[in-house]
Write a new protein. Structure first.
Lengths: 158, 114
């Protein structure tokens, strides 16, 4: 059974901390921690080492770091090594310039910030040969290669 | 007036079939096809983006057909004008800016049809 996730304050002393449990030494990002041997949640390990929310935690297995899902549990043994890394990013284009972003859900606010799109400009996605205006409260599922363009709506009938 | 190569290159990323049309001493951009905003009928047309001053407009977007649409550009005051050997139609729509890139210019003109 997975150990219950600790708050960051609790996790500074290690996940579990059940009296009588065998303590083992692990490394997370080259920092040593004493934790209970056995199953523990990835969430608890992340909290213990203050891993940023966007980063991925990986465990060294047979010489290679293997990414751990945030909702998983992991068996912890003496000498285990963990390390975090930034997630893989993909390239998108905003107003002709390429930017890196994480794949998956990107809010329009995030895209606007990434592409330095002024607040008074409409951000549109070019998809299937057409420009589609994006609502400011919308989210776009990014896979990589998406193209966006913005403009200030200054036009009018005369 | 010649088009700016970097702006043409940027627009070509959206429309690979884009071509440059000489009209006298100036150049226009032919976009074939251009998919107009939802609510337009037909939605797929050829378009001629005129980036220089003409007929009192700093720029114009000519379409190969007069489309039905629900946008604010209702006054079709270019009615079958002949440019580069073809007939074109355009609504009365001012961008109110003379510093637009080709990409910005196209998007601003498309607002007439949204």
């Amino acid at each position: 059974m997975a150990a219950k996730a600790k708050t960051p304050a609790e996790a500074k002393t290690g996940p579990g901390n059940i009296p009588g449990n065998k303590k083992v030494k692990i490394q997370i990002n080259k920092v040593h921690y004493d934790v209970d041997e056995g199953e523990t949640s990835v969430v608890a390990l992340r909290a213990l080492a203050n891993i940023p929310e966007i980063d991925v935690l990986a465990k060294k297995e047979r010489g290679t770091f293997v990414d751990l899902a945030n909702d998983a549990t992991v068996a912890v043994h003496n000498g285990d090594k963990f390390a975090s890394h930034k997630p893989a990013t993909v390239l998108i284009t905003i107003n002709g310039e390429e930017f890196e972003t994480t794949p998956g859900a990107n809010t329009v606010a995030q895209l606007r910030s990434l592409g330095h799109v002024p607040a008074d400009e409409i951000l549109s996605q070019f998809v299937s040969g057409q420009f589609v205006d994006l609502a400011n409260d919308a989210t776009v599922n990014i896979k990589g290669g998406e193209i966006f363009a913005s403009h200030r709506p200054t036009g009018g009938s005369s | 007036m010649a088009l700016k190569d970097p702006e043409v290159a940027e627009l070509k990323k959206f429309f690979p079939n884009l071509s440059r049309i000489e009209v006298g001493e100036n150049e226009m951009v032919l976009i074939s096809p251009l998919i107009l905003p939802q609510g337009c009928n037909p939605r797929t047309v050829d378009a001629l983006l005129c980036p220089f001053t003409r007929d009192g407009y700093t720029s114009r977007l000519f379409l190969s057909v007069k489309v039905d649409h629900t946008g604010p550009g209702k006054n079709w005051n270019a009615d079958g004008v002949i440019i580069a050997g073809r007939k074109w139609w355009a609504v009365s729509w001012k961008t109110n800016r003379d510093d637009l890139t080709l990409r910005e210019m196209l998007l601003t003109h498309l607002d007439a049809f949204k």
